[in-house]
Design a protein around this ligand. Structure first.
Ligand SMILES: [Zn+2]
Length: 373
């Protein structure tokens, strides 16, 4: 299958690139976890408490420092995996200045949004030392829905420029698709200037209600019209299947369960003492650090399950695309082209797929859609 999609040399090159990327990314995650964990154990919570004045500001300041420590610790490895490696294989054409600017913007956004969330969390913990976990889970889920609504219109434009698709053939194909599938994507279809950074193609369904839109990277606009139509049909399938709502519900459940478990754990001070870590006092700054560590571990435990569901949904969307665009040919040819342009490994090792991939291997997607359509 690999050779059929990429040719033996290209397949080896793709495997090497993707494995390097995976190992560097993993190393960045380990360092990005270990260094904030050290900060949590050693940081003077009392200092933040006094400097912040209120629980809100103490929690927000503590979180801001934690995020900065995390970014600085993981920076060299992030730079190697996200900037230098894609450039070395000709996938990325981004300048170092441009990449650093994006990193700076993400850091500021993380500090502002995450800091406000952490400050609010500290207040809620102190206000309701026994019920904080479910109040925070409900508010966190509502905030997540709000972020789905505003991200396409407020956050993503900080990184990419958007314009409506004007190609009349494409617009017509899309309108026909929407009629055939009986669906309505209120925000329409937009083009995003990915080519300023990369030659890799991508497309996504984003937003909710008025901000719900299909976004196509300008790097796929030179594909054959049938291929673009198949990609659009795949994204419409995410809309028809309510996949964004499924994602929000899944996140809500895991957030509620995670905060509940953290609440139970916080009732055993001896666990923290045995680690030499500060005992979390509800609302105290170091309880924010304890939650960060706990929720990161919780996320790692749940990841294989959520990624498995995500891969099932992707198969479903491929089949939907095939059945609404006249067969498997257009979608499998679009996937083949994505594989080549993105230097994707058509059949990565099973363990890498299980733990890290939200999308099934392209080789398997192509095989399945051909078999089932
Ligand atoms: Zn998809």
């Amino acid at each position: 299958m690999n050779a059929e999609i990429l040719g033996p040399e290209e397949a080896t090159r793709a495997r090497r690139y993707q494995m390097k990327r995976l190992w560097l990314g993993l190393a960045a995650s380990v360092v990005g976890f270990a260094v904030p964990a050290g900060f949590w154990i050693m940081a003077p919570g009392e200092w933040f408490r006094e400097a912040g004045g209120s629980l809100f500001w103490a929690g927000a300041m503590y979180f801001a420092v934690l995020v900065a420590v995390h970014h600085i610790a993981a920076f060299p490895l992030d730079c190697a995996s996200e900037f230098r490696l894609p450039r070395s294989v000709g996938l990325s054409n981004e300048s170092l200045g441009g990449w650093l600017k994006d990193q700076g913007k993400s850091l500021v956004l993380n500090i502002l949004i995450g800091g406000a969330v952490a400050g609010a969390l500290a207040q809620i913990m102190a206000w309701r030392p026994y019920g904080w976990w479910w109040i925070s889970a409900v508010l966190g889920t509502v905030f997540g829905i709000f972020m789905v609504l505003v991200t396409p219109v407020l956050i993503v434009p900080l990184f990419f420029r958007f314009k409506r698709i004007t190609n009349s053939d494409l617009v017509e194909r899309l309108e026909n698709l929407l009629v055939r599938t009986g669906s309505r994507v209120r925000g329409g279809v937009w083009e995003m200037d990915m080519s300023r950074r990369t030659r890799a193609g991508n497309a996504a369904l984003v937003g909710w209600g008025p901000s719900r839109r299909v976004v196509l990277g300008d790097t796929v606009l030179d594909y054959a019209p049938e291929e673009i139509e198949a990609i659009l049909a795949h994204e419409i399938a995410h809309h028809v299947g309510n996949h964004i709502w499924l994602l929000i519900a899944g996140r809500g459940v895991s957030l509620t369960a995670g905060l509940f478990l953290a609440h139970q754990l916080f009732r055993f001070p001896e666990v923290f003492m045995s680690l030499g870590a500060p005992v979390p006092i509800p609302g105290g700054p170091s309880s924010i650090g304890a939650l960060w560590i706990f929720m990161t571990i919780w996320g790692v435990i749940l990841a294989p399950f959520y990624r498995w569901i995500s891969r099932r949904l992707e198969f479903w969307c491929d089949r939907f695309a095939a059945s609404h665009t006249g067969g498997a040919e257009a979608i499998s040819s679009a996937l083949t082209r994505l594989c080549k342009n993105n230097l994707a490994d058509p059949s990565p090792p099973a363990w890498a797929v299980t733990f890290f991939h939200t999308h099934p291997p392209l080789g398997e997607r192509i095989r399945r859609v051909r078999e089932t359509s």
